[in-house]
Design a protein around this ligand. Structure first.
Ligand SMILES: NC(=O)c1ccc[n+]([C@@H]2O[C@H](COP(=O)([O-])OP(=O)(O)OC[C@H]3O[C@@H](n4cnc5c(N)ncnc54)[C@H](O)[C@@H]3O)[C@@H](O)[C@H]2O)c1
Length: 242
């Protein structure tokens, strides 16, 4: 068990990659706090964790809402006393030609995918600083490294996640905290199944991974297995172009 006794927080934990990450971390002994907007989905994920003998707690939280994030992190600290692992996974995608993209859509994607990572880190990191330990894993995307046509706002938001990871990771390294990012290629989740760019991405020759593959990468970065790794980006994709 790599994470025995640790307290982990996973955002967007009710579906897709977030749910696979929650199951993986719980399977390694962590108590997993599942954050998301839909309580029923969080509970379903929690019941799967429990069925495998793991420990979990669900917290309804919209990661675009700073007040909700503050209250939720305070409740988690009240309930569990500490936070050892944070996985910023919640995200959305909206695809459209750049010239048709309303400014409101750009803002919505940046607020959900990038500003949320800043807000949740600002809420959780003071506890990690007090502990002088912690590991944060932020979920970026292959689109962060090579902008995806039709997904300008999404690509920009994920590139921001990588830069935020590097900057804050370097700032907090002296406090015993590691912050890393994962940039997955296409993963078989609802987000990708609904994507209008699906054919384009798959035609480019990439493999479609299952969410558990990304969860394996998160486990590596969240655990002591990656003890010497900070402010880095783990790229998990089967090709190196669109
Ligand atoms: N599927 C892919 O191909 C792929 C590739 C690279 C990166 N990613 C990233 O992986 C992460 C997970 O995506 P997924 O593929 O599992 O899709 P998904 O749609 O199944 O999961 C996203 C989760 O985030 C939650 N979420 C969205 N907005 C939220 C908000 N405001 N507050 C709280 N929760 C919110 C959703 O409810 C959902 O549970 C996202 O950040 C996505 O950008 C996905």
């Amino acid at each position: 068990m790599l994470l025995e006794g640790r307290i982990a927080v996973v955002t967007g934990a009710g579906t897709g990659i977030g749910k696979a990450v929650a199951l993986k971390l719980a399977g390694e002994g962590a108590t997993v706090c599942l954050l998301g907007r839909t309580e029923a989905r969080l509970r379903e994920a929690g019941q799967e964790i429990a069925a495998r003998g793991g420990a979990w707690a669900a917290y309804r939280c919209d990661v675009t809402d700073a007040a909700q994030i503050g209250e939720t992190v305070a409740r988690i600290l009240d309930d569990h006393g500490r936070i050892d692992i944070l996985v910023n996974n919640a995200g959305i995608s909206r695809e459209m030609p750049f010239l048709d993209m309303p400014v409101e859509t750009f803002d919505e994607i940046l607020v959900t995918n990038l500003r949320s990572v800043m807000l949740v880190m600002k809420a959780v990191l003071p506890a990690m600083v007090r502990q002088q330990s912690g590991s944060v894993v932020n979920i970026g995307s292959g689109a962060a490294l090579r902008g995806l046509p039709g997904s300008a706002a999404y690509s920009a938001s994920k590139a921001g996640v990588v830069a935020l990871t590097q900057a804050v990771g370097d700032e907090l390294r002296p406090q015993g905290i590691r912050i890393n990012a994962i940039c997955p290629g296409p993963v078989d989740t609802e987000l990708f199944r609904k994507s209008e760019r699906r054919a384009f991405i798959l035609q480019a020759g990439g493999d479609l991974f299952d969410p558990e593959s990304v969860a394996n990468g998160v486990l590596f970065l969240a655990s002591d297995l990656s003890g010497c790794t900070n402010s880095q980006t783990l790229v998990m994709r089967g090709f190196n172009r669109w």
